[in-house]
Design a protein around this ligand. Structure first.
Ligand code: HEC
Length: 207
């Protein structure tokens, strides 16, 4: 159907008048309407979480690092963790300070690259080496603490990722995540989340 045919003919004169008077608002598609949960966290028939994609376009909340050389050469997680939250849950977080049912937080693993650049010594990101995620879902994890399921797509010593991941045992992930400041998430390490918690948009310099 062409653009010209979307209004019934008899309405046209009043639309023209409205447009002349500048009082008419075209019916725009609801771009801000909340996408469905499935758009971000998809489960296959076997109940595995399908590898999330597109998360580098979600909200980036931080990049914690516990490098080997500050942990006697054997950090439990020696790589950078680039952490993202899906946009719908981010909006909910800003409004309520809570992680909604359906929240997905991804953590992309990035190796430590060079330790020196033109401005001095430090830790700089190297290559993408893995992906983990946590999903809050009463439906899928009715008995899990906080209804969070934890997933690991990383394949050791490979830059490939699993296409789908089974939920991890409680002891592997969520037991430690109890120490996260808000509902199993380590919000204490993410000023982006802390500043926006139930306060709406974060302003520069906002607490
Ligand atoms: C020994 C404690 C511990 C264990 C075990 C652990 N994590 Fe974490 N995780 C953390 C900490 C601390 C952070 C934040 C700092 C960082 O990333 O280094 C974190 C961050 C995360 C994040 C980003 C959101 C957040 O809460 O900061 C995800 C997603 C995540 N972990 C998934 C997992 C998965 C999946 C497992 C199990 C395979 C797991 N974690 C096991 C301590 C742990």
């Amino acid at each position: 159907m062409s653009q010209n045919n979307i209004y019934p003919k008899k309405l046209l004169p009043s639309i023209q008048i409205a447009m002349m008077l500048n009082t008419f608002t075209l019916p725009v598609p609801a771009v801000n309407a909340a996408p469905r949960e499935e758009a971000y966290a998809n489960f296959n028939k076997a109940g595995k979480l399908v590898q999330p994609t597109g998360y580098r376009e979600w909200i980036f909340v931080g990049a914690p690092l516990t490098p080997n050389d500050m942990n006697n050469g054997k950090a439990a997680f020696p790589e950078f963790h680039n952490v993202y939250i899906d946009p719908v849950s981010w909006r909910h977080w800003k409004q309520t300070g809570e992680f909604r049912d359906g929240t997905i937080v991804t953590k992309e693993l990035v190796s430590v690259g060079s330790k020196q650049t033109f401005s001095g010594n430090g830790y700089f990101q190297g290559e993408y080496i893995g992906l983990e995620a946590m999903v809050k879902s009463k439906e899928h994890f009715p008995d899990a603490p906080g209804h969070w399921g934890f997933f690991r797509f990383t394949i050791e010593n490979s830059s490939n990722l699993l296409k789908a991941s089974t939920v991890q045992a409680k002891e592997s992930c969520s037991t430690c995540h109890q120490s996260g400041a808000t509902d199993y998430v380590f919000t204490q390490h993410y000023p982006v989340l802390r500043a926006a918690k139930a306060k709406g948009e974060m302003r520069a310099g906002g607490k």
